[in-house]
Design a protein around this ligand. Structure first.
Ligand SMILES: NC(=O)c1ccc[n+]([C@@H]2O[C@H](COP(=O)([O-])OP(=O)(O)OC[C@H]3O[C@@H](n4cnc5c(N)ncnc54)[C@H](O)[C@@H]3O)[C@@H](O)[C@H]2O)c1
Length: 266
């Protein structure tokens, strides 16, 4: 049986990619598109693949109920994603979440609610396989080279900083790295913020410029050497195999799965 999927944030950059990817899948059926922008337009036309007969609507609860969706894929923004997830879970819909910026507290609440309601919620700060590997290799390196800084670069329309990927990388490095403050003890910022954000004693730097999609370097320093582990998403279709995998696998889960790597290892 086909998995019925609704895309939320369907008119956005990632939403349109998700619409195209889901439409191509043989075992999935795109049944709805939700956005507050381009309401009433056909999502196929908006995504550049020709009319699909699916109108963009703004009332998420109604769309989920009318379409009897099994999964909703959310690529919206940090201010609305939590509310969307509450709506999805209350309607018994599994969720695949690409939107970044959810707080730890919000994730805890989503975990309790989705477990109680018997639905799965995948929260994946990065759906690109190369980015998952970059994070994994960075954690391995941090065991031997504890002096580290993260530099992430995104397009200038991104709302949250640092990126969800940088935060997840930092959390994972923190698990294996002895906590100490890097740099000179009396270093002084002549321009506020120039040393980046302090995360458990090491620094995260966020670059925002037109032209970037999603890029991250994890730079390690040791005596007489440096090691850089770098990943670049050059186009947004790099994220789509991960989104499709998430839709296929989340329907058999309960509660929150934080990170695509947990489904890759199934
Ligand atoms: N997990 C990943 O691999 C990954 C990759 C790229 C981007 N992202 C994240 O995905 C999110 C979306 O990124 P984007 O570049 O597509 O942004 P975008 O601004 O292009 O798209 C967001 C869309 O959400 C819509 N929206 C806003 N409020 C809404 C609401 N209440 N209901 C429905 N739709 C609503 C907007 O109208 C817009 O069309 C961001 O949080 C970004 O960081 C994640």
């Amino acid at each position: 049986m086909e998995i019925k999927v609704v895309v939320v944030g369907a008119s956005g950059k990632m939403g349109k990619e998700a619409v195209k990817a889901i439409h191509k899948e043989k075992n999935m059926q795109l049944v709805g598109a939700v956005d507050t922008y381009q309401v009433g337009e056909d999502i196929g036309t908006v995504s550049g693949i020709g009319s699909l007969g699916i109108e963009i609507k703004s009332d998420l609860a109604n769309v989920l109920q009318e379409t009897e969706a099994k999964v909703m894929v959310d690529f919206t923004n940090p201010d609305v994603v939590f509310g969307n997830l509450l709506t999805g879970i209350e309607n018994g819909v599994n969720c695949v979440v690409g939107t970044t910026g959810l707080s730890q507290e919000q994730m805890k609440q989503i975990n309790s609610l989705s477990t109680e309601n018997d639905v799965g919620v995948l929260i994946a700060p990065n759906f690109a396989i190369g980015a998952i590997l970059m994070m994994r290799f960075a954690v391995q390196a941090a065991r031997y080279l504890p002096h580290v800084e993260i530099i992430e670069k995104h397009h200038d329309q991104k709302l949250d900083a640092p990126s969800g990927t940088a935060l997840k990388t930092a959390e994972a490095i923190m698990e294996v790295r002895e906590n100490f403050r890097q740099g000179h003890f009396s270093e002084e910022e002549k321009v506020s913020g120039s040393r980046g954000g302090d995360y458990d004693g090491f620094r995260i730097h966020s670059v925002r410029l037109p032209g970037f999609v999603a890029h991250q370097e994890v730079v390690f320093g040791g005596i007489g050497q440096t090691l850089t582990i770098r990943h670049d998403s050059i186009t947004r279709d790099s994220f789509m195999p991960g989104v499709i995998l998430g839709v296929n696998k989340i329907i058999d889960k309960k509660g929150v799965v934080y990170g695509l790597e947990h489904l890759l290892e199934d």
